[in-house]
Design a protein around this ligand. Structure first.
Ligand code: NDP
Length: 490
């Protein structure tokens, strides 16, 4: 039985203006389990206009920051209460394991709670101005309409890190879901009114990159685009901003180095690396997909890694004992196959995996590939799947050079017991997030984002709230004297 969804525009659940739907397939079974509206340019325009109106008129504009915070707190509570249901929908939609989506939905509540607390702490400042009789201060005002664009992996999480700070700061949002897994965000949208947000504060449109994403990010009423996805769509977003002057923040992919020194706690490092590359079937922007391991421990490390990888239980992402589910799209698996075949012709050696798994057409085996040189294309190509590229090193200088030989710079993992080396490496590695003796840890308190081709701007953390505001400078003349006529000399 196919579920049919509607989009959320100005508080109403609506179909596309031309009545067209598209299907969402369950990656584990291939079954089209949901149909969602294919938003037209007219629908997107209506959503942006509703968000714009709501930002400046009506109950949202009149709410105090504490009242906005209360809505966000309630939204977090509702998310936590419904985590089981939302996790199930996200798994059906994206193929991500239920164990993870259920846990994530519960934890995401913490992000809304964090930003609920932040709403009434967004303050301006008074300025020690260099003019007599002037009192000058700044207010932090919302930017206006935020276009939030999310990819299919971890959509709830990526939605939370955009919505939390944007709404705390008093903006309104038009969110575009991924075409590959649109239903979970529409389910989440049902909580918006229940949490007490007025109509039009959060609008959700479903559709493809073109026209839906294009029209949204080029709309003249959009003040900021918060984009998470790949580099190609990101370039369109940047191009569009040349016309509407919207601010842009980009969270793009990575090929993150996972560096293991000879003095590392090997068990911990192996487990960290397994989680870093095979968690979420490698479909994670922060996947630790480039293992850079010291020559002295490399053989032992890879022996343990391949044993674990070969034993990973692949199958139904809803089952509690499954350890790896499917990939989300056919395109990904085809890219992986093509890149691995090419790397092998260039001398890369398969240590395990390297083929589709039996569970179904979108399942791929955990794969470890030893690469003779960092210059192989696969070493710096994001595959978004369970494929680990391995490079060996002898010295710290060499490890650092390998880590930084990348177009990307999202995250890095460093495993060592030497504190001074950990600090040296953490400073020198060019990445937005560095994990030492741990991997993939996140928190609403900590900023998240990359450098180089991994994007710019930061999400999460308190600073994110300020990024969704602009200062307004107010000059007050306190003098009793009349303002002098500039054309009459005294
Ligand atoms: P895409 O870049 O293809 O899509 C991301 C979003 O952009 C989707 O909603 C997509 O719509 C939309 N989009 C596509 N074209 C346009 C356009 N011209 N204008 C506006 N929006 C557009 O990425 P994927 O869905 O393939 O997601 C995987 C990528 O996301 C990886 O590179 C991954 O690393 C990155 N990512 C980054 C994270 C981070 O925090 N740094 C976190 C998670 C993922 P549609 O779905 O309809 O194509």
């Amino acid at each position: 039985m196919t579920s049919r969804y509607a989009m959320l525009i100005d508080g109403d659940w609506v179909q596309a203006s031309d009545g067209v739907f598209f299907g969402s397939a369950n990656p584990a079974t291939g079954e089209i389990w949901a149909e969602v509206p294919e938003a037209t340019a007219e629908d997107v325009d209506r959503a942006v206009r509703a968000a714009h109106r709501t930002c400046y008129e009506g109950p949202w504009a009149a709410m105090t920051p504490s009242q906005r915070g209360q809505c966000l707190r309630r939204l977090g509570d509702l998310l936590s209460e419904r985590s089981e249901h939302l996790g199930e929908i996200e798994t059906r939609d994206s193929g991500k394991m239920f164990k993870e989506t259920r846990w994530q939905a519960k934890y995401i509540a913490e992000f809304f709670h964090f930003y609920a607390g932040a709403a009434d702490k967004i303050a301006g400042e008074t300025l020690p101005i260099d003019k007599p009789d002037m009192f000058v201060f700044t207010n932090r005002e919302p930017l206006g309409v935020i276009a939030a664009i999310v990819p299919w992996n971890s959509q709830l999480f990526l939605t939370a890190v955009k919505l939390g700070p944007a709404l705390a700061a008093g903006n309104t949002v038009v969110l575009k879901t991924s075409e590959h897994a649109p239903a979970v965000i529409l389910e989440f949208g049902k909580l918006i009114a229940e949490a007490g947000f007025p109509d039009g504060v959060v609008n959700i449109v479903t559709g493809h990159g073109d026209p839906c994403g294009q029209v949204l990010t080029s709309h003249p009423m959009v003040a900021r685009v918060s984009f998470t996805g790949g580099p190609s769509a990101a370039r369109h977003v940047i191009g569009n901003s040349a016309n509407n002057f919207a601010q842009v923040s980009l969270e793009l992919g990575g090929k993150s180095p996972f560096i293991v020194f000879a003095d590392a706690d090997l068990e911990s490092a192996v487990n960290g690396s397994v989680a870093g590359i095979f968690g979420a079937s490698g479909q994670s922007c922060v996947a630790g997909s480039r293992l850079i391991v010291h020559e002295d421990v490399a053989d032992e490390f890879l022996k343990r890694m391949t044993e674990i990888a070969a034993g990973i239980r692949i199958g139904d992402p809803m089952a509690e004992d499954t350890e790896m589910g499917p990939l989300c799209t056919h395109g990904q698996i085809e890219t992986i196959e093509r890149e691995i075949a090419r790397a092998q012709t260039e001398g890369a050696q398969l240590l395990c995996g390297g083929a589709r798994a039996e569970a179904g057409p979108l399942f791929y085996q955990p794969t470890i590939l030893e690469c003779p040189s960092p210059d192989l294309d696969i070493v710096d190509t994001e595959l978004f799947g369970p494929v680990l590229c391995v490079l060996r090193f002898r010295t710290e200088t060499e490890a650092l050079a390998l880590a930084n030989q990348s177009e990307h710079g999202l995250a890095a993992g460093i495993f060592t017991r030497d504190v001074a080396r950990a600090h040296r490496m953490a400073q020198a590695v060019r990445a937005g997030i560095v994990w030492v003796n741990t991997y993939r840890a996140i928190s609403p308190v900590a900023a998240f984002g990359g450098v180089k081709a991994s994007g710019y701007g930061r999400e999460s953390g308190f600073q994110a709230v300020y990024d969704y505001t602009r200062p307004k400078t107010v000059w007050m003349n306190l003098s009793e004297e009349p303002v002098a006529n500039p054309f009459q000399m005294r």
